[in-house]
Design a protein. Structure first.
Length: 162
């Protein structure tokens, strides 16, 4: 677990240098073998943390089939919507396997709970129309992922610039 003492971060009582790579779409777009290769490479390069979106990056390529965090409704025009009341537990099972791989390498996950496009009334929610989480669905989602992944001692962050 990371702690703060003065101006320094500590992990397990030792000063910790936060050197993170961003792999925003890892959970939606990487296979487990590719993820292991990526982590081994970053670990060898000295990275100590990886920053990842828990949800689909709004401007990413299409995810691996079935890698959606919520039940999905696909439309004839190619667009889609999430049913935020139906969490896709198999998606989060895969996230857990990927976080276990990070933990085995001693790396800290820095997890984006919500990117601005998912949060109502942000500049991004006005830009990306199809998948803003209704306010009443935010708390159940946050509660689910925080409880499920707290054992990995992640750094949590939310991007919501208005």
């Amino acid at each position: 677990m990371l702690t703060v003492n003065g101006k320094y971060l500590y992990k397990d009582g030792q000063r910790f240098f936060y050197l993170a790579d961003t792999c925003w779409s890892a959970f939606t777009n990487l296979t487990l073998p590719d993820w292991k290769f990526y982590l081994d490479t970053r670990k060898a390069q000295g990275y100590t943390a990886i920053q990842i979106n828990l949800l689909r990056q709004y401007d990413s390529s299409c995810p691996i089939k079935g890698r959606e965090p919520f039940a999905i409704i696909e439309h004839d025009d190619g667009s889609y919507e999430y049913d935020f009341s139906k969490i896709n537990t198999s998606y989060f099972d895969n996230v857990e396997k990927m976080l276990e791989q990070m933990q085995e390498r001693g790396m800290v996950p820095s997890l984006v709970l919500l990117w601005g496009n998912f949060v109502p009334d942000t500049w991004m929610s006005h830009f990306v129309k199809n998948n803003t989480i209704p306010f009443e669905q935010i708390r159940p989602y946050i509660k689910y992922v925080v409880n499920r992944f707290k054992k990995f001692n992640p750094i949590w962050f939310v991007e919501t610039v208005k």
